[in-house]
Ligand binder design. Structure first.
Ligand SMILES: [Zn+2]
Ligand SMILES: [Zn+2]
Length: 116
C-alpha cells in the first residue's frame, strides 16, 4: 500500500465518524426540542374554528422553506390558521389582533391576556 492510499483511507474514516457524530447529536437535539416546545394555532375557517398544537421545530422547518408558511389545520386541512397566544389568566388561546398584538381583554375571561 503506498502512502497516498493510506492518507485517503484515513480521510474517509475521519469523515464518516464526523458525520456519524453530527447525525447523532442533531437527532438527539431535535427529539428534546419536540418535547419542550410547541406552538399554538387557531383555525379561522368558519366551519371549523378549532385549536391545535404544532411542534416548534417543525414550524421552524416549514418557515425556513417559506417565511409565510403556516401548519395546515389537522381538523379541516385548510391553512386559514393564526398563531394563538395562551392567556396568562385562563390559559385559553387568544387570537392576536394583527401584527402580533393581543387584544386588551381576553375574549374568554375578560381580563388582560398578558400579565403586567
Ligand atoms: Zn380547521
Ligand atoms: Zn383569559
Amino acid at each position: 500500500m503506498n502512502s497516498n492510499a493510506v492518507k485517503l483511507t484515513l480521510a474517509i474514516v475521519l469523515l464518516v465518524s464526523a458525520a456519524a457524530i453530527a447525525w447523532y447529536r442533531f437527532g438527539n437535539a431535535e427529539e428534546d426540542a419536540v418535547i419542550i416546545e410547541k406552538t399554538h394555532w387557531i383555525c379561522t375557517a368558519s366551519s371549523c374554528g378549532k385549536e391545535f398544537e404544532f411542534p416548534a421545530p417543525d414550524y421552524a422547518r416549514i418557515r425556513r422553506d417559506s417565511p409565510d408558511a403556516v401548519p395546515p389545520c389537522p381538523h379541516c386541512g385548510t391553512s386559514t390558521v393564526v398563531l394563538g397566544v395562551p392567556c396568562s389568566n385562563c390559559t385559553k388561546l387568544v387570537r392576536p389582533v394583527g401584527h402580533g398584538q393581543l387584544p386588551p381583554a381576553c375574549p374568554h375571561c375578560g381580563k388582560p391576556p398578558v400579565a403586567n
